[in-house]
Write a protein that binds this ligand. Structure first.
Ligand code: FAD
Length: 462
């Protein structure tokens, strides 16, 4: 059983099939080399993966089993292992990125040539990309018809139970221990409660306490109104089928549609494996992005002078996560206010998010930037002050992450530069010393972004 992004025992169809063979099992994880298009995990995700894997090891130990970890190229590691341990079957759950699919195909070919039976399963998605298509037979590019087609199939998405019994083979080769290469700052992240048990507890907490208010609270940056399941889903500690099963009989359309965006992103990545580095809409290849290393640095460090942007970027650095609304605000700010290429933001998120996922991250960045499938209209340029006032109305989120502003009254918390001198003095804030002046003026930035967009729209005849 080759574990990859499915680090759980429940609703794991490959593991269930492996158990059903009755044969002794070898559970394997490979820390795959970043080559042939495989992207190395970022620092935060690697830290999170290490915890996910430790939790799976503990779960397997309850069956007196082990997770054998290797490092290298899967197409080299697995055939060697198959020979050394007399492997007759290889089972795994499918992945949907282009490079990952190519690796899996090469592995399957080599193992089959060595006489082993190779079987793969759907453990990651409610509906796999091959299962649905537009009327003309292509991949969907628009969310609403995609989700209509996928939603109609949810009743068929039944989880498979965890195996009751597993027997393990002894492995005659050494297995190196794996530690994250760059734990760095992530060591101070809050406990992610990693693993299958943590994921199921979080799901229960969500359905008991938050589901009913989800639609109204999900955008509030100052309230914890969402499921916090993204990292659990990313490493497969829980499956979307298990989530859907737990929601049956409850009104949950909005929440289901967010899972739908995860499905849609995977669908897009499957159709366009270059989604993380190429504009989905080629018109944006001519977009006049600017190179501005200083502004990029200010964005990453939370020093743009816009409190909601800076609080969100500091929150990301401290926790490895960011609420969805805040992700949209900071992404809009980078691509539209600063006119910096979405790929810069995508790669910062890739390195700093514990839920960094090639499909969700790339599709969401392109959605905000305007270059994506079914993207936000380009002229929708968030005003970071109004966004802050709407989604962090008392400024609680800003006060937590930007303590230098903590004593400012609510009225000015999202716009310190407009506070009268005596208010600033009363709050102990000297602009330019305790808090930077806005890196760019909002009205100027908005005009500049619209002009930039106008130029590519005009040159493509729109
Ligand atoms: P909930 O609101 O409880 O949603 C439940 C689940 O649905 C999430 O766990 C996630 O798996 C899925 N989901 C929710 N919103 C989206 C969405 N817009 N797109 C795709 N799936 C979604 N999500 C990631 O998992 N990994 C990423 O690398 C990532 N990068 C993003 C980058 C940007 C610029 C933006 C705007 C969004 C990004 N998202 C990403 C989507 C979203 O912000 C997170 O999934 C969400 O904040 C996770 O919190 P939650 O689990 O409490 O979400």
């Amino acid at each position: 059983m080759w574990f990859r992004e499915d680090l759980r025992l429940g609703d794991n169809p490959a593991l269930a099939a492996a158990a059903a063979t009755g044969l002794p099992l070898l559970c394997v994880y490979i820390d795959e080399d970043a080559r042939d298009g495989l992207r190395a995990l970022g620092g935060a995700a690697r830290w999170r993966l290490d915890r996910a894997r430790a939790a799976l090891e503990a779960d397997l130990a309850r069956f007196h089993g082990r997770l054998h970890c290797f490092r290298g190229a899967a197409e080299a590691v697995l055939p060697d292992l198959a020979r050394a341990a007399n492997v007759t079957h290889l089972l795994f759950n499918r992945r949907h990125g282009g490079a990952e699919r190519a690796v899996d195909a090469r592995v399957a070919e080599r193992l089959a040539a060595a006489g082993a039976r190779v079987e793969s399963f759907n453990g990651a998605l409610l509906v796999e990309p091959e299962q649905i298509a537009t009327r003309s037979g292509g991949a969907f590019k628009v969310f609403t018809p995609f989700w209509r087609a996928a939603r109609a199939r949810l009743d068929a998405a039944e989880p498979v139970p965890a195996p009751e019994k597993l027997t393990f083979a002894a492995l005659p080769v050494g297995t190196p221990a794996l530690a994250p290469a760059r734990p760095g700052w992530a060591e101070n992240f809050p406990d992610p409660d990693a693993g299958e048990a943590g994921a199921l507890t979080r799901l229960r907490h969500f359905t008991d306490e938050k589901l009913d208010g989800y639609e109204t609270m999900r955008d509030r940056i100052d309230c914890d109104g969402t499921s916090n399941l993204s990292a659990h889903l990313r490493f497969g500690e829980i499956s979307p089928r298990q989530i859907v099963a737990a929601l049956r009989g409850r009104p949950a359309e909005k929440f289901l549609s967010e899972l739908g965006w995860r499905e849609f992103s995977a669908h897009l990545l499957h159709a366009r494996p270059d989604l993380p580095w190429r504009n989905f809409n080629a018109r944006f290849d001519r977009f006049p992005y600017r190179s501005d290393p200083e502004a990029l640095l200010a964005w990453t460090r939370g020093r743009t002078g816009y409190p909601i942007v800076d609080a969100a970027m500091r929150h990301l650095w401290r926790t490895g996560l960011m609420p969805n609304r805040a992700r949209m605000i900071v992404a809009s700010f980078l691509t539209k206010h600063l006119l910096i290429d979405w790929r810069e933001g995508e790669s910062w998120f890739w390195d700093t998010l514990i839920d960094a996922d090639s499909a969700n991250n790339a599709a969401s960045w392109q959605w905000v930037a305007g270059s994506g499938a079914d993207a936000a209209p380009y002229f929708r340029i968030f005003n970071p002050v109004l966004q802050g006032e709407k989604f962090d109305p008392d400024g609680a989120f800003v006060r937590t992450h930007c303590p230098e502003l903590a004593r400012l009254p609510k009225r000015y918390i999202h716009r310190p530069w407009s506070a009268p001198a005596e208010v600033l003095a009363g709050a102990g804030v000297v602009l330019g010393r305790d808090w930077p002046a806005p890196i760019v003026d909002h009205d100027f930035a908005r005009r500049r972004a619209l002009e930039a967009f106008g130029a590519i729209a005009a040159s493509s005849g729109e």
